[in-house]
Design a protein around this ligand. Structure first.
Ligand SMILES: NC(=O)c1ccc[n+]([C@@H]2O[C@H](COP(=O)([O-])OP(=O)(O)OC[C@H]3O[C@@H](n4cnc5c(N)ncnc54)[C@H](OP(=O)(O)O)[C@@H]3O)[C@@H](O)[C@H]2O)c1
Length: 320
């Protein structure tokens, strides 16, 4: 159980006692008061998010980003769209910048394009999108549509979706990079079954980024693609850190680990995201959320200590 005693012993270990009370976030002070689990934060952190450099250029990115799949697939002007205005405001005010989207996420590109323009966020956004096409002609038409829908004239990262028609599409993405229409190129997948082919491509093709799944219940990449990305100096975005939300059902009545305060986490969401960014090869994790309170919660994973190897192993064993 995440108890007053567990907190105090972690606190004593981490800082040597009383000095901690003034240095810890308010949520932890609350634990000392009540001996209870705090509610996840509803405000973004006041500290700057941790950043990591993109290996091919050294450009720093905040480790917590966002994805639009599902969460941003709403009609402009709908009540859900109005709620996203608050969600995205928390995202940018909290210091996040990386947004991942795709032309095949329903209305998500249109919603994101409108939100970026209306909120004046485009210049601050590291916008990543994809090509999901089966021919050069289809890709050209899709790219033209993406720029229009996203209300922009360039993106920061263009990725080949799920390795689809990847030879043609990676060559096309590189042409667009040479024209200055995207700063970086990459490839994506979302299942461990796609990792072997991805590794093969990484060994043979220069890439700025890969985007892959990596989570407490799908940790394989930690031993395979992530070390390879480090060696090849390729940036990494992590999708499905919550296994598309399924992990939350698994922890519904489960207390946080005793060591949660030690790594300054107050929710399972923060622990799952910290698991992803604790691998040094990871540039950023891109959790999708439609809800302001979840957005604030997720951003808090971008501050404070990372998980130790033992903590990571404890999680993968618990969720295997
Ligand atoms: N092949 C590919 O290229 C590929 C494949 C998959 C994903 N992706 C990218 O990766 C992004 C993330 O992956 P994903 O969308 O599959 O799933 P995910 O980020 O693992 O999970 C999203 C789910 O978690 C919930 N959630 C988010 N924050 C939460 C919090 N703090 N507390 C409780 N629930 C929370 C969301 O619901 P609420 O809206 O209720 O918060 C949503 O149902 C996608 O949006 C997409 O950009 C790319």
């Amino acid at each position: 159980m995440y108890s007053r005693r567990a907190f105090l012993s972690a606190a004593a270990l981490a800082t040597g006692g009383l000095a901690l009370v003034t240095r810890t976030p308010r949520a932890f002070a609350q634990i000392i008061e009540d001996g209870e689990m705090p509610a996840p934060p509803t405000e973004p952190p006041s500290q700057a998010l941790r950043t990591r450099p993109i290996p091919s250029t050294g450009q720093e990115l905040p480790v917590i980003g966002g994805g639009t799949s599902g969460a941003y697939n709403v009609q402009i002007g709908s009540p859900e769209f109005e709620r996203l205005k608050e969600t995205i405001k928390i995202f940018f005010n909290g210091g996040a910048t990386v947004f991942d989207t795709s032309p095949n996420y329903g209305n998500a590109d249109a919603a994101l394009g409108a939100l970026l323009e209306d909120g004046g966020y485009r210049d601050r956004c590291f916008l990543a999108t994809k090509i999901a096409a089966d021919s050069r002609e289809e890709a050209e038409a899709q790219w033209a549509g993406s720029l229009k829908t996203l209300r922009t004239d360039h993106v920061e990262l263009l990725q080949v979706h799920n390795l689809r028609d990847w030879r043609t599409q990676l060559a096309y993405a590189r042409e667009l990079k040479a024209q200055g229409l995207t700063k970086y190129v990459g490839i994506t997948h979302y299942l461990e079954s796609g990792h072997e082919e991805m590794a093969e491509i990484m060994r043979n093709e220069p890439l700025d980024f890969i985007q892959i799944n990596y989570s407490v219940n799908a940790p394989q990449a930690g031993q395979t693609l992530l070390p390879l990305a480090r060696m090849k100096e390729v940036g990494v975005l992590i999708n499905r850190a919550f296994d598309d939300g399924r992990l939350f059902a698994k922890v519904k009545d489960r207390p946080l680990p005793d060591w949660a305060p030690e790594v300054e986490t107050t929710s399972w969401a923060q622990i799952f995201l910290k698991f992803a960014i604790s691998h040094p090869a990871v540039t950023a994790v891109i959790p999708a959320t439609s809800k302001p309170k979840h957005q604030a919660d997720n951003l808090h994973a971008g501050i404070g200590p990372l998980l130790s190897a033992a903590q990571q192993q404890e999680l993968t064993a618990a969720f295997a």
